[in-house]
Design a protein. Structure first.
Lengths: 604, 299
């Protein structure tokens, strides 16, 4: 799974942030201040232009003081009444159609999604959850953007605002009501897709009697049998049985089975681990270059995406992960060894031997004493998770016997794991999250719920933006406004990149100029009046974009569908961060919506 | 300001502008008036004369271009005044997917009242406006008059002190019109203030204490209905037991004869007459407050 940004602990995220970004709360306050001042400026300019400097000032002052007072006059009773109305309205607008669409999508999914995929669960989960996300966001968009404008058009708003309803309550009531409707839909979709994925992928095998071979221990006594299962759902498993015919079907296609004896034959039970919630503990990644000199990153093999960097084979180049707090208590389920997961991106400069994987090696080292284990070779499977346990008993480079926890973990609980590529001319690529220590798994169903919660958070944010926009704009315009928020939000990193000038090709006007003059994105612009003008205009654009980016929700990082698809637990820190962000948007957008509404003459 | 004044407008005016701020219509020219507690006030005027605009300005649905409207001592943009106001719009703008009960219940929830009071009031209002049989039907199935009735019930849900009715009788059947008039008088009896605009002058004449007549956004007449409708330069005499000779000489000798003078006052015209004369006058001489002197017999 790709994780481009570190997940900070919640309170660090909230207060202090990371090295290159502010904490969330200070940032929120700063942005609020900025938006507030901007709103004041724009509001006053308009009021002054309409009513003169003095009266304009009076109007702005009264709007704000009223607004502040009305926040304290907000009544839960009225908000709930308005929320109830919004729910009824949504119901009237036949939101159930969305459920019908959803079931049609499930039917198509069951026809067209392949079960002979390497990891069918990943395919199924990501498809179903992505579909759910788009559907729920779509409904959120339509409900929120068209509701208030419709009330203005039919003038039903007249009978509302002539009651003692504060305008903020109308905005908040709408947000709450549509959130409630969305929650119901999302809950139904979530449960259905959970059942759908598990039911579609569940299957059993029988053990092929002809394949069973006895396994004996050193004394020649039979201690069990090895063999394989029948071919079902496009795959089979190796099985390991004890003398009673009980045992396990080993991991293949992302799941295992238990084998039991029933009716005189060995058969498997249903699949285990279709959905996983691995809890990874990530370490810190550093590199050694081909001469063995420490580096922050490996080398670039020419791909534009700089997420992973590479080590070259058969040199001293090494990827080194340092893990903290290592003790046998980390994963009490795994007896004997330290379970790790490793994802390797293989970059070949020549074919090598076709069909044969590239070999690499793993070494464990004590960062304090420098004691190092012998190489543990492995065959790199490109972009697949390789899960293994580092055994308790290891041999040192000097052939001494080493104990993993006693000899290789430093006194402050640190451990180094080093990975090298062993074949000349081949490269391994790694990013920090590509190696992890697998702690005790979390509950997959709770994890699934957390992923649905992240969809919920996105939905609430869309609703808040839609409702706030629709206080001033007409339905279709409010929808466009919200859609642009969503689209820019999904591509926020790129958008910020353009604004900060880190993307090639310059700002909007410059890249347009490059486009029509067929100039490539790298070469420098010649220096003349036109290009200076272009860059001047771009500077204005970029400043605007940068300010806009401050309020854009980062939808790509809000989505945790990948966690479920790849079988990782969504960290609690992330869940809390998302929920906090959601609250911030609801709060901010209610206030923005209130003031936009306030400036509007209801009876126009 | 005195506690007795419910609504006060000070140079209240409204110019409708388009998106670019260009002037479209001067819907209301500076208007000064006061409406007192307990009176029934009628706003009259031809179509497009600014009646609805005035009511919307009073409610804060529109922002005044100049001047201000004060309701219960508060600015019209202050929502807390709405606790004591009921408003029946020109057309009933209600949620068509709710039924009568749900509608009233919803609007009731917007006011601070206990649930028991609310359901009681919903019930009695539905009965009062005669929609008992249709209480479970969605409003989209309602006829115009029925919608009007539920709109009225909605305006009364908070037992308001000030009721603004924009053409309350439009779309109502004769019985409904009659009931509406009775209701307005009953509300007046309860000490409430009613502001209404209507084109049915006979009804206005029946129920209103004071009226204002607007024409093209300008106030043309404002006063008590009884004084306004009194014709000042005409004396009306009703006498009994006059001999035919006396009748012949009545103009000169009425006081010298033995006749019993029963009544001697000025006759009143109808509101319709007054209305038409003001509008005609205003059209003939625009820009002036039409009728500063009382109605005369030759108009
Ligand atoms: N939203 C608006 N935009 C522009 N002009 C408007 C708007 N509403 C009303 N007007 C204009 O303002 C003037 C007064 O309208 P208003 O609705 O107050 O009249 P009225 O006295 O209520 O008429 P009626 O008896 O037909 O109800 C009219 O000329 C009308 O065209
Ligand atoms: Mg009108």
């Amino acid at each position: 799974m790709v994780l481009e940004q570190d997940i900070l602990p919640y309170f660090q995220w909230l207060w202090s942030g990371s090295a290159d970004s502010l904490g969330a709360l200070p940032r929120f306050l700063l942005v609020s201040l900025g938006v507030g001042l901007l709103g004041l400026l724009v509001g006053y300019s308009i009021a002054a232009a309409r009513h003169g400097l003095l009266r304009g000032g009076d109007i702005v002052y009264r709007t704000i003081s009223n607004g502040v007072r009305e926040i304290f006059e907000t009544s839960p009773r009225r908000v709930l009444a308005l929320a109830g109305l919004a729910m009824k309205e949504a119901w009237r607008r036949r939101v159930v159609v969305a459920l019908i669409v959803f079931f049609i999508i499930l039917v198509f999914a069951s026809w067209f999604l392949k079960k002979n995929h390497q990891d069918p669960a990943k395919l199924y989960i990501s498809f179903v959850l992505t579909a759910t996300t788009y559907l729920v966001l779509g409904i959120a968009l339509l409900l929120s953007a068209f509701s208030l404008p419709h009330d203005f058009k039919t003038k039903t708003i007249y009978t509302i605002v002539t009651k003692p309803v504060r305008l903020g309550e109308i905005v908040l009531g709408r947000i709450l009501g549509f959130t409630a409707v969305g929650t119901i839909l999302l809950a139904i979709m979530g449960v259905c897709s959970y059942v759908f994925v598990n039911r579609s992928l569940d299957h059993t095998h029988t053990v092929e009697q002809s394949s069973l071979k006895n396994v004996s221990d050193a004394d020649g006594a039979v201690i069990g049998k090895d063999g394989r299962t029948s071919l079902n759902s496009y795959h089979r498993h190796e099985v390991e049985l004890d003398t009673d015919g009980q045992g396990v079907a080993l991991n293949n296609y992302g799941h295992t089975h238990r084998v039991v004896k029933s009716g005189g034959k060995e058969v498997t039970l249903g699949a285990d681990g279709i959905m996983n919630a691995r809890v990874p503990q990530w370490g810190k990644l550093t590199f050694l270059d081909r001469q063995g000199v420490p580096k922050a990153r490996g080398i670039n093999v020419g791909s534009e995406w700089t997420y992973r960097s590479f080590v070259d084979g058969a040199t001293q180049a090494t990827a080194i992960w340092t893990f903290k707090n290592i003790s046998p208590a980390l994963n009490s389920e795994a007896q004997g060894g330290l379970p790790i997961g490793l994802i390797v991106r293989v970059f070949r400069t020549h074919k090598g031997i076709i069909g044969k994987p590239i070999t690499g090696s793993i070494q464990v080292r004590n960062p304090e004493t420098g004691l190092t284990s012998e190489l543990i070779p492995f065959a790199a499977m490109d972009a697949k998770i390789d899960e293994r346990a580092i055994p308790r008993k290891l041999t040192g480079t000097d052939n001494s016997e080493l104990d993993l926890y006693k000899d290789l973990v430093s006194s402050n609980g640190e451990l180094e794991i080093r990975v090298q590529c062993l074949e000349r001319g081949q490269y391994f690529g790694f990013a920090q999250p590509d190696m992890y220590i697998r702690m005790r798994d979390a509950s997959p169903i709770v994890n699934y719920f957390k992923v649905c919660l992240s969809i919920w958070v996105q939905m609430v944010i869309v609703i808040s933006i839609g409702v706030a926009g629709s206080t001033l704009l007409s339905g279709p315009v409010a929808m466009l406004f919200t859609v642009s928020f969503i689209v820019l939000g999904f591509f926020r990193p790129f958008f910020v990149g353009v604004a900060q000038g880190t993307e090639y090709g310059g700002g909007p006007v410059e890249s347009f100029y490059r486009l029509i003059t067929q100039m490539n994105v790298i070469s420098n612009l010649e220096d003349n009046l036109l290009t200076r003008l272009i860059q001047g205009v771009d500077w204005v654009y970029k400043t605007f974009m940068l300010s806009l980016a401050q309020v854009l929700p980062d939808f790509s990082s809000l989505s945790t569908v990948d966690f479920a698809a790849y079988g990782f637990n969504v960290p609690a820190d992330l869940v809390w961060q998302d929920l906090t962000m959601c609250l911030a948007y609801v709060l901010g957008m209610s206030i923005v919506g209130y003031f936009l509404f306030r400036t509007r003459e209801v009876a126009r | 300001m005195s506690d007795d004044i419910v609504i006060q407008t000070r140079a209240l005016s409204k110019v409708y502008r388009d998106f670019w701020g260009r002037q479209k219509v001067r819907a209301l020219k500076p208007l000064d008036m006061e409406i007192h507690r307990g009176e029934v006030f009628g706003l009259l005027g031809p179509n497009g004369s600014g009646k609805t605009t005035t009511i919307k300005l009073i409610l804060g649905l529109l922002f005044p271009t100049e001047g201000e409207a004060i309701v219960f001592g508060k600015r019209s943009t202050d929502v807390s005044k709405n606790e004591r106001i009921g408003y029946l719009p020109e057309e009933s703008y209600l949620y068509r997917f709710l039924n009568a009960e749900e509608t009233l219940d919803f609007y009731g929830r917007l006011f601070d009242m206990p649930a028991a009071t609310r359901s009681e009031r919903v019930d009695s209002l539905i009965k009062m406006v005669g929609l008992d049989k249709a209480r479970k039907r969605q409003l989209q199935e309602y006829s115009k008059g029925m919608t009007r009735r539920i709109g009225l019930a909605q305006a009364l849900i908070n037992d308001p002190e000030l009721i603004l009715l924009d053409e309350p009788t439009s779309g109502l059947d004769p019985i409904g019109t009659r009931e509406m008039k009775d209701m307005i008088l009953r509300l007046k009896g309860e000490g409430k203030t009613v502001v209404m605009c209507s084109h049915l002058l006979a009804d206005v004449q029946d129920v209103c204490d004071r009226i204002a007549i607007l024409h093209q956004g300008e106030l043309k007449e404002l006063g008590r209905v009884d004084t306004l409708l009194t014709v000042a330069d005409v004396t009306q005499i009703r006498a009994r037991n006059l001999t035919p000779e006396c009748q012949n000489e009545i103009r000169e000798v009425i006081s010298r004869n033995h006749g019993e003078l029963m009544e001697m006052d000025n006759p009143s015209t109808t509101l319709e007459e007054l209305f038409l004369s003001i509008v005609r006058d205003s059209e003939a001489r625009p820009g002036r407050r039409a009728n500063v002197e009382p109605v005369t017999s030759d108009t």
